[in-house]
Design a protein around this ligand. Sequence first.
Ligand SMILES: *Cc1c(COP(=O)(O)O)cnc(C)c1O
Length: 395
Amino acid sequence: MSSYPARAVVDLAAIRANVAALREHAGGAAVMAVVKADGYGHGLLPSARAALAGGATWLGVAQVDEALALREAGIAAPVLAWLYAPGAPLDRAVAAGVDLSVAAGWALDAVLAAARAAGVTARVHVKVDTGLGRNGVTREELGDLLDAALRAQAEGAVAVVGLWSHLAFADAPDHPTVRGQARVFADAVALAERAGARLEVRHLANSAATLTDPSVRFDLVRPGLAVYGLSPVPQVGDPASFGLTPAMRLEAELALVKRVPAGQGVSYAHAYTTTRETVLGLVPIGYADGVPRHASGTQDRWGGPVQVGGRRLGVAGRVCMDQVVLDLGPEAAERAGDTVVLFGSGADGEPTAEDWAQVAGTISYEIVARVGARVPRVLVGQDAGAGAQVDEDLA
Ligand SMILES: *Cc1c(COP(=O)(O)O)cnc(C)c1O
């Protein structure tokens, strides 16, 4: 067990159950669990294994190195990697049987070179920009890219197995661009099939679309955030309303408890000053650990919420790199070593990642994905019978 006085407890049983719930939401579509960014902070390999155990049949990552890490760990399920720049180790990806997204002519050329070098057929998913204005080949260039890809397919160098895109407003389900992008996507699919592509999978939906819009499921859905039990559409429903359970609990032990007089400025710049004699508690976790500095407290408003001794408090004053301070109140009974919960599932009245996101003016994605590398991940709910363990890859 790590001696670090804070930890992210990751409930793998929750991830398995969330993926099982997403399979229900997906209807007949297959589920690609997105495990990029270290499984949204939950740990790449444990998240991937739990998602597969929950019924995901694909894994999705951004970077090629993330895909290679899955393969090196012996994970054989289909994996798609979708973000790389010239110089990426595509030959290793192709040799490892990683599916690659292709969104530009240069990328097709690079995949072709990698496939020839590796002596295998590269499986590619052509990405079309249906309106997000981010990654993907433009609609104007799609025909030419498909023609080039299908010529390479005829030579056996690549197999065009997927066509895919990404939504701009999936978290606003009634936004007219959702319908518009779905139409453009359906046209792109028709174009690809007319050109001779035999697509295994057409895919457009992220978590929000999977949970709110059955019309955009196509063959495969790509949920990320919902795998970890958070709601991508908090204005529509909380996790429980979608059958999801937040999988991460972030907690720390009080490092110090001390009585101070009224008028004591607290933490940098004294953004908070005690108004009465009180007890301060020092929590050894800060912005280097992912606690957002934007969730600092002020004199008028506490910062990010915490649960301590069964009550709800908030950060008093500035969030520092390694620590935050709480005003525990004059009657505080806490001692150094007592546990403070920053966020969890909410089932025991503790704050959630969504609560932190609202205080910090961000989204829950950022709260979990930015939990720092030095915070040990403690895995629970692994298998029946297996106890908690620290993932040494992450600790
Ligand atoms: C991150 C990502 C996803 C998953 O998005 P969520 O909103 O977390 O479900 C799906 N597709 C692409 C292209 C992504 O980059």
